[in-house]
Design a protein around this ligand. Structure first.
Ligand code: C2E
Ligand code: CA
Ligand code: CA
Length: 936
């Protein structure tokens, strides 16, 4: 009964031991096949191909062996042999079909491919089975049962599909076992349903075909089976080992990857969701694995990066090119940021299916900060270099520019792109020099540059080398070697500094107003010349020059006019001076000239030329013939040192000044004695008031109409303990010079006022006022104080001032005078006719009296001009309604002249000399015989 016959067939017609063996071989074969297939999956393409071939081959053999073992167990006991050709054909068939099926299934693992493979394999096995049956040599005929044949075909093909599916598409051990069992079952099923399909009808037919005897066949099948077993063992062992190794390595790798803590290592699925997480990731990003698994990795990006779709872009690149790497800010769980270096790699399966990405993130914040700092420092350095006041050039050991700043090219007037990195030193030298020299550079100058450079580099303390291009450009070049070869040179434009240094040097040696050499410079010249002259037995003459009446010009016409005069004089002196001659302005109105004397007539000629500078019209100023006093001293005759030489020339000059009619004086021994005396006198003067050495004399002033005394002029006398009586003409200038005049003037005023107050008759008392006193700011207060102290009526006091006193500072002087006049004190203009005698002064202040200087009356006898002046002054007085007093009335002729011309008052020896004690009697008449010259 179908299909129960199969069971009967196995039980009745087979040796069960061999049936079990066949089944075992078949299972073994199937297992081997699965092992080889699985092994192939773990190899590279070439080795995989070989494993698949081996799998097909082994399976073919195994199934063939299964078939023949089963056949050997077939029990009809009639089999006498196996036809060799058909046996071989059956083997070839099953081998071809199995190898083909394996190849197809391994290449094309989708269901249609697997179905095709299952079909090919099944048909192959069936073909082998039936061809194998036909190879049997036995004394019987085979009768076929169609249903069993069909069943055998079904069992041989259909189960192979799931078997192949499990073997080729799954990985697990169970699926492998399942595949092997199904495959074995299919083969066994085919075989035994095929066996059930035959019925043997005894029949004896001889054959010529070559036969394998059952004995040989059993040996062969045993051999194949053994080989198969061995093959299976080897395959299994290899597989197991490989698998263990892979597992161990994977485990190790996983531990490694999980444990790595200095970088985040994790995987993303295809959509970018986090699939696993390592210690480094946790440490770096702060999230625990459970917090992030399954979330999108974009959570680590900054909002800015997200709005730029960075995560998507990164994945896109990794997907497309296999790998993405980049850097950027990432955010930790606590919100802090770190600079990340990220690598994303696409992960595919062996079959090329994209499963996700591996992602490595490293914290590069430190590195980034360092980079940034370096970048910033670089930037700062660049800025500093560019803004340096100096030009800078850095050279390497090969003498080529490494870098240079902008100032360098500016400094040398080079185009902006000149001297780029790499330019050799000599080229730099040539270009820079050419730019400044404006043409070809002399070879020698180029070589000099190298020499200077070597010098500078060999000595770290060397001062900068100075390179000059006329006055136009002066540059200081400093060079220092650098560690590791090369050097740095800096260039500083010191043109301006040089110019101002030169200017300062010039200023230090020249007078600012006139540009003439100053005292320092003159002294240097003298020192040099004196030294030369000393060695050559030559002479050096010095001319000390002091302008006469310069102060008057300054006072009368202002400082600008005075300066102009000085400049004119300086110009003519400078023009006059020739070789071996020097001129200088020593200060104020002091000049000096000097000459190295070589020939006998030199000195006279030189003095004449110097003198001419002051006689020339250039020096004449608005009617004033400006003169100068010249004093000459000669080295080595008059002095052996520069100081003494100058001093003696000065002494000679003073002599010239004080000697009437002589304005050039040569030094003579003894002159210094006079100067010493003057200093001594100045000293003594300070002690004179406390020592009571002064007294005041009084000289009467007479009205020429009434002939009566109208007042007295107070005239100072100094009774010097050693010198006797000293004239005010000698000591007043000294007192004015050293300031003693202040105390002295006050003393005189107080004495005179006190004296006058004691007089029985209210005569006026006239007191001389020095110009220095007039400029004393509290003069009116002093006068008031003294008047109050002495009780003298202001109406009885007259102050005599000279025109010079007013002109020095007119505004201030007039202001003082007005205040004094306001007290009721009268003011007389003294010595009229000797100074400026300008109408302007007379107009500017209401003088109470004009005193004609005594020199005019004293010369009136001999000089018509003097008489004319007297007349003119008297006329002026009349027109201005100011009474005029004539000084120096010595004779009756003088008196007659004055009376004839209508002069109001007179003063002189004819009326009385200055005398002490003060006048006691009132209304003293003219005493023509009283011609004392006391004190004059
Ligand atoms: P002065 O103001 O022109 O004074 C008149 C000078 O002429 C006096 O000389 C007087 O002695 C002199 N004298 C008078 N009558 C005659 C004469 O008939 N013939 C000649 N040849 N001379 C006559 P003294 O006293 O030597 O004074 C000289 C100058 O000293 C004065 O000139 C005056 O400018 C100044 N002086 C005198 N005393 C003082 C004073 O107390 N203070 C100031 N600041 N200067 C004074
Ligand atoms: Ca006077
Ligand atoms: Ca006078």
């Amino acid at each position: 009964m179908f299909p129960f016959d199969i069971f009967l067939c196995i039980r009745d017609d087979h040796d069960l031991k061999l049936v079990v063996l066949a089944a075992a071989v078949c299972l073994l074969t199937s297992l081997t096949a699965v092992l080889l297939i699985r092994q192939a999956d773990q190899e590279d393409a070439k080795a995989a191909h070989r494993f698949i071939l081996a799998g097909g081959f082994a399976t073919g053999f195994g199934i063939w062996a299964t078939h023949f073992i089963a056949m050997l167990g077939y029990d009809p006991g009639v089999i006498s042999g196996f036809q060799i050709r058909l046996t071989a054909a059956s083997l070839v068939m099953v081998l071809i079909s199995m190898i083909s099926a394996f190849l197809i299934a391994s290449k094309w693992r989708r269901p249609p491919g697997l179905a095709a493979a299952a079909f090919i394999a099944g048909i192959g096995v069936a073909a082998m089975h039936y061809v194998g049956m036909m190879s049997l040599e036995m004394p019987a005929l085979i009768q076929w049962s169609a249903p069993y044949i069909l069943l055998s075909l079904m069992l041989g093909t259909v189960p192979l599909f799931p078997a192949f599916s499990l073997a080729f598409r799954r990985r697990t051990r169970a699926s492998g076992l399942g595949a092997a069992l199904i495959m074995s079952a299919s083969v066994v099923g085919l075989h035994f349903s095929g066996m059930a399909a035959i019925k043997l009808i005894p029949w004896s037919v001889g054959t010529d075909d070559a036969l394998f005897s059952p004995h040989i066949m059993s040996v062969m099948v045993s051999g194949v089976t053994l080989g198969l077993l061995t093959l299976a063992m080897i395959a299994w062992l290899v597989s197991r080992r490989t698998k263990a190794a892979i597992e161990a390595s994977e485990r190790r790798f996983s531990i490694l990857a999980k444990g790595i803590s200095d970088c985040a290592l994790y995987m993303l699925d295809r959509d970018g969701r986090i699939a696993n997480w390592n210690a480094g990731a946790q440490r770096l990003k702060g999230y625990a694995e459970r917090e992030v698994l399954g979330t999108h990795f974009a959570r680590f990006y900054t909002p800015a990066a997200l709005s730029d779709h960075r995560p998507q872009k990164a994945l896109g690149i990794a997907l497309e090119r296999g790998k993405f790497s980049g850097e950027g800010w990432r955010v930790r769980k606590d919100g802090s940021r770190f600079w990340a270096h990220v690598t994303i790699e696409r992960i595919d399966t062996e079959t090329g299916a994209h499963v996700g990405f591996a992602k490595i993130t490293r914290d590069m914040t430190r590195f980034k900060e360092d980079q940034d700092r370096i970048e910033q420092t670089r930037h700062q350095l660049d800025t500093a270099l560019e803004h340096m006041h100096q030009g800078l050039c850095l050279f390497d050991a090969e003498e080529r520019i490494v870098l240079r700043n902008r100032r360098f090219v500016e400094l040398w007037n080079l185009p902006e792109d000149a001297c780029p990195p790499g330019t050799p030193l000599m080229e730099v030298a040539r270009v820079t020099l050419a730019a400044r020299l404006g043409g070809d550079v002399p070879e020698e100058r180029l070589l000099n540059i190298r020499k200077q450079l070597q010098l500078a580099l060999s000595d770290p303390d060397a001062p900068p080398a100075i390179s000059e291009f006329g006055d136009e450009f002066v540059v200081a070049i400093a060079s220092r070697s650098l560690p590791g070869g090369g050097w740095v040179s800096t260039f500083e434009d010191i043109t301006e500094r040089r110019r101002s240094e030169a200017k300062i040097a010039h200023m230090a040696l020249h007078d600012g107003l006139t540009g003439l050499p100053n005292r320092t410079s003159f002294n240097r010249w003298l020192d040099v010349e004196i030294e030369h002259a000393g060695g050559r037995a030559q002479q050096v003459a010095v001319v000390a020059i002091d302008l006469d009446r310069f102060k008057e010009i300054n006072d009368a016409q202002g400082h600008a006019a005075g300066d102009e005069v000085l400049q004119k004089i300086a110009a003519s002196l400078a023009e006059m001076a020739g070789d071996g001659e020097a001129v200088a302005r020593l200060g104020g109105d002091e000049f000096a000239a000097a000459k190295l004397l070589e020939h006998p007539g030199d000195l006279a000629d030189f003095v004449a030329r110097v003198n001419a500078c002051f006689a020339a019209p250039a020096a004449a100023q608005d009617g004033f013939a400006l003169g100068a006093s010249l004093g000459i001293a000669v080295y080595p005759g008059d002095a052996t040192t520069r100081e003494v030489l100058l001093n003696n020339a000065d002494l000679a000059m003073y002599r010239a000044k004080s000697t009437l009619g002589e304005h050039i004086c040569y030094y003579e021994p003894g002159m210094d004695e006079k100067a010493r005396e003057r200093r001594q006198l100045a000293n003594d003067l300070r002690q004179a008031i406390p020592r009571n050495e002064f007294r005041v004399l009084y000289q009467p002033q007479h009205s020429l109409k009434t002939k009566e005394v109208s007042g007295y002029e107070a005239l100072l006398r100094w009774d010097h303990p050693r010198r006797g009586t000293v004239s005010p003409l000698d000591f007043i200038p000294i007192a004015e010079e050293n300031g003693e005049i202040m105390r002295l003037g006050e003393w005189v005023l107080r004495s005179a006022c006190a004296e006058a107050a004691s007089w029985p008759h209210p005569w006026k008392v006239a007191v001389n006022l020095s110009p220095v006193q007039l400029h004393q700011h509290d003069l009116p207060e002093m006068v008031t104080r003294i008047l109050v102290e002495t009780g003298l009526s202001p109406r009885r006091l007259e102050l005599e001032i000279t025109e010079t006193a007013i002109i020095a500072d007119k505004t201030k002087a007039l202001h003082s005078l007005r205040r004094i006049k306001a007290l009721g004190v009268s003011v007389a203009m003294d010595d009229f006719g000797t100074g400026y005698s300008s109408l302007d002064t007379l107009h500017s202040f209401p003088f109470d009296k004009i005193k004609i200087d005594k020199s005019f009356l004293l010369q009136s006898q001999s000089s018509g001009q003097a008489r004319a002046i007297i007349r003119a002054v008297l006329a002026l007085g009349r027109s201005l309604d100011i009474p005029v007093l004539a000084e120096g009335v010595e004779t009756e002729e003088h008196l007659a002249l004055l009376i004839g011309e209508g002069c109001a008052e007179g003063q002189g020896f004819l009326f009385g000399a200055p005398e002490l004690p003060p006048p006691a009697a009132a209304g003293t008449a003219i005493k023509p015989d009283n011609k004392r010259s006391n004190g004059s």
